[in-house]
Design a protein around this ligand. Sequence first.
Ligand SMILES: *Cc1c(COP(=O)(O)O)cnc(C)c1O
Length: 397
Amino acid sequence: MNTAEIIQMGDACVMKTYGRLQMALVRGKGVKVWDAEGREYLDFVSGLAVNSLGHCHPAVTRAIADQAETLMHVSNLYYIEPQVKLANMLVQNSCGDRVFFCNSGAEANEAAIKLARKYARVKGNTDKYEILTALKSFHGRTLATVTATGQTRYQQGFDPLPQGFRYVPFNDMDALIEAVGPHTCAVMLEPIQGEGGVNEADPGYLRQVREFCSQKGLLLIFDEVQCGLGRTGKFLAHQHYGVEPDVFTLAKALGGGFPIGAMVAGEEVAGAFVPGDHASTFGGNPLACAAGLAAVDQLINHGVAENCARVGDYFKGKLKGLAGRYPVITDVRGQGLILGAELSADGGEIVNRCQGNGLLINCVNNNVLRFLPPLIITVDDVDQAVSIIEKVLGEVS
Ligand SMILES: *Cc1c(COP(=O)(O)O)cnc(C)c1O
């Protein structure tokens, strides 16, 4: 099918939940993708932080092909070898002790919300259920996670929303202290807010939140669905801050492009879940976990996070250079390869023109260009991308 045919069929029968660009990608390798007409693009979106190893990484495709020929799915009624190995690898490389597997970021956060409530119950707090989250956060699209998301635009039209969530301004310790009430059981934060516009937590804030949660007996949950798994230059974003959560969630890059999510907790908190409390038919299936095992092995043992830190610094420096020459860029922020350039104007035109020049980028909140390239990119890839962005900035200003 050509692009026009794909678009026509999609417009006719796919539900219209996405504002899609008029393009259809059919193939990818490394940082490059191709559309149905064979046009080549540098992919600095990478499936919104999913394809962190680049497209069709050989270790991941090999693991998927081998596992698909061996055993694709069995129920969680049984022990599953790739699942226990992936759990072991996540636990060995984090502050967590036990893992629950699911299929997406929203499901991972949903599991964290349920665990926080159940833990409160187990501790004898029958009326503690409320979770504080940050304004401009994003935690998913299920009813509970869209309610946890501190942005009303995702919630409109879906009420009544579940009870038990309250929002506080990000990086504002006083507001958080103020917001805690008799029903509060947990605080859930992204160490770097992705969808909210690449907003970094202040190191002091996360340390204070940790201390405060420990004092008050509140669980601290980090949503690392976007910023985790090497994207900031360390395996987990919170490892930059010297702060350990009680629970953290992963998804996006966890399967190297294959759908899988995980909720990780310390031993004591994890113990609140007993058989029957939570489940997922597909969660932790052999195929997804084989993909995850190959992907996490690459991220941890093959210098991917280190490359991300190095090339990310270089890229951020280049973006700051652009900000110096093009005043439309009012701020450059982020860590590793989750970077944002805030604009004083709408970014849609820049995104479109970059696409026309062979570079895929994304814009959040209408005015923050967001860069989420694969973590395996080179300085050369960055130079190419920056020269396209510079050309486009010259055209639009
Ligand atoms: C993408 C994202 C989610 C939701 O993940 P899905 O897999 O789309 O359900 C949750 N939290 C954060 C921080 C995200 O970036």
